[in-house]
Ligand binder design. Structure first.
Ligand code: OAD
Length: 251
């Protein structure tokens, strides 16, 4: 079997617009656990209903708050890997030609230097109110969750509203702006790289199909089989930190 890398490298060089969709595997080599890997994935050890739903948070806010705080600490201690760096370098060397869309709630793409990253599932580092701030109903500005009284979780001194992690939980809608930007990027790219995602969570997992439908080539980069392999023009079996630097060459 011939090595598909040179051909994909040529597609990258020729692509007018490259859209990169990343998932937890993108950060695995930085030491951030994935969700669904059989032994090391977070969902092998923890119950997503308990830790990644609004109902779970309402039933035990401290448990859920502490879990996200420990993930935040883990990410703070991690560094972007060679894959994040290769994407950021290529994006900087080819202005306007690459859109990074991520399902990750870490900030490793941004810390590597990627710009305008579209974060579909929110961020571990931006908190939100659990319930709408009552000031909104009075036509006033909402209180700032960063000013909440410290606690696990912090709470509003005026109304008792709880601060929650600013990540998207199961059953919640994705934030409109990044989703809209991601859908546009999928429609307009000529090449989509799908890196480190199992392709099991929609609407993110629908983006490669949109790109394909609109005429783009789709390349999956993953050491293991994924739900998206069937629609890929090429599947590269390897890791993000190994393959992206070989694929994204910069002068
Ligand atoms: P998953 O945990 O479902 O999938 C991670 C993927 O990364 C798997 O396909 C692995 O084979 C692959 N992988 C592991 N190590 C890798 C490496 N070094 N390089 C490349 N790939 C590697 O994670 P996601 O697909 O991101 O949602 O999961 C999607 C969403 O489900 C997450 O954003 C999260 C989760 O519940 C929310 O928290 C809202």
């Amino acid at each position: 079997m011939t090595d598909p890398l040179p051909e994909v490298r040529a597609w990258v060089e020729a692509a007018g617009q490259v859209c990169v969709l990343t998932g937890a595997g993108m950060s695995a080599e930085s030491g951030v656990p994935t969700f669904r890997d059989a032994l090391s994935g977070l969902w092998a050890r923890y119950d997503p209903q308990e830790l990644a739903t609004e109902a779970g948070f309402r039933s035990d806010p401290q448990l859920v708050w502490d879990w996200y705080a420990s993930r935040r600490e883990g990410v703070r201690a991690a560094e972007p890997n060679a894959g994040h760096m290769a994407l950021a370098r290529w994006q900087a060397a080819h202005p306007g030609r690459m859109t990074v869309v991520t399902q990750n709630v870490d900030d490793l793409h941004q810390r590597a230097g990627s710009t305008e990253v579209l974060c579909l599932h929110g961020s571990l580092f931006v908190d939100a109110w659990l319930d709408p701030c009552p000031r909104l109903a009075r036509g006033e500005l909402a209180c700032d969750p960063r000013r909440a009284a410290p606690g696990r979780p912090p709470r509003c001194e005026a109304c008792g509203n709880l601060v929650r992690p600013g990540v998207v939980w199961f059953g919640e809608a994705l934030p409109w702006n990044p989703l809209d930007g991601a859908q546009r990027a999928a429609r307009h790219c000529t090449l989509m790289l799908v890196v480190g995602t199992s392709g099991m969570v929609y609407p993110a997992a629908g983006l490669p199909g949109v790109a394909k439908h609109c005429g783009a080539r789709v390349v999956v980069i993953n050491p293991h089989p994924t739900e998206l392999d069937g629609l890929a023009d090429v599947v590269l079996r390897g890791t993000a930190a190994q393959l992206l630097p070989q694929l994204l060459l910069t002068p």
